[in-house]
Design a protein around this ligand. Structure first.
Ligand code: AMP
Length: 284
């Protein structure tokens, strides 16, 4: 695996790879890699000859008072894990390399960013789409791998790539979980042992919602209330939202139509971090 830290160098390597007929995969991350990130690298490696993993803690997507400075940055460990998982290039730019001067241009995806994470973190998605648009421009034509863990982000990035005719195929990959169901996240390290033991409440809420749908409930509001109630029963969790949405529009349907697939999403604060989880449910 080659480690490159300039935009010019990454672009040159990927241009050369494409010129040699190689398929290019891109895996954008903020580092502090875990099996969720590595599953993206493996998925990329299965479909591409060259896999560029990017590690960049993007200041633009953190609001004042969020954990930008505290965000874990175990770079040497990340590089070892990335190489073992099959990455062939690691791109590790500095903030100055990515933003040599304050960006006057930002990318905003309207609509899809208004609810859920966008409501909780109003500047977050513009930071994400701006940096991902830059990475897509630097990397050039490729397949780019994103986790369903951040389901709204995946929908937003997909929409951006389509609206801007970016030469990138956005690929969504399933959530990787701990054995007890907790979705893996770099921020899980912030949990105390006690918080960690109750963090499965998000996943339990999703399954309680899914069980209602499978039992015949067709009102999405009732399903959302059930998920909120499960999280509300855990005194240490601070519910942020519990939603039932169409996976493409991210809007709550008026009614759950048999044969359709909906996405259940929850977010809650637990101690320091906010935790997210989601689940696809086929309406019987
Ligand atoms: P992050 O480093 O948190 O920005 O995440 C980088 C990428 O890894 C994003 O596309 C995330 O959705 C994805 N990701 C994070 N956690 C998981 C997980 N548990 N399972 C699958 N993908 C994940």
């Amino acid at each position: 695996m080659e480690v490159v830290s300039t935009k010019a160098e990454l672009r040159r390597r990927l241009d050369e790879a494409r010129a040699a007929g190689r398929r290019v995969g891109l895996v954008p991350t903020m580092g502090a890699l875990h099996d969720g990130h590595l599953s993206l690298v493996r998925a990329a490696r299965a479909e591409c000859d060259v896999v560029a993993l990017t590690i960049f803690v993007n200041p633009l997507q953190f609001a004042a008072g969020e954990d930008l400075d505290a965000y874990p940055r175990p770079l040497e460990r990340d590089l070892d894990l990335a190489e073992q998982a099959g990455a062939t290039i690691a791109f590790t730019p500095t903030v100055e390399e990515m933003y040599p001067r304050p960006a006057a241009t930002t990318v905003h995806v309207a609509g899809l960013t208004a609810s859920m994470e966008g409501a909780a973190r109003p500047t977050h998605f513009d930071g994400v789409t701006t940096v991902v648009a830059k990475l897509f421009t630097i990397a050039g034509p490729c397949r780019a791998y994103f986790g369903e863990k951040d389901f709204q982000q995946l929908a937003v990035v997909r929409r951006m790539a389509a609206d801007l005719d970016q030469p990138v195929t956005v690929v969504g990959c399933p959530i990787v979980r701990e054995p007890d169901g907790l979705a893996m996240s770099s921020r899980n390290v912030y949990l105390t042992a006690e918080e960690r033991s109750v963090a499965t409440v998000l996943n339990r809420a999703l399954h309680a919602g899914a069980a209602l749908v499978e039992a015949g409930e067709r009102d999405p509001g009732t399903v959302a209330e059930r998920m909120a109630a499960v999280i509300g029963d855990e005194p240490r969790a601070r519910l942020d939202y519990a939603e039932v949405v169409d996976p493409d529009t991210l809007e709550r349907p008026a009614r759950l139509e048999p044969g359709s697939t909906v996405r259940l999403l929850v977010a809650a604060g637990l101690g320091t971090p906010r935790l997210l989880d989601n689940l696809a449910v086929l309406v019987p």
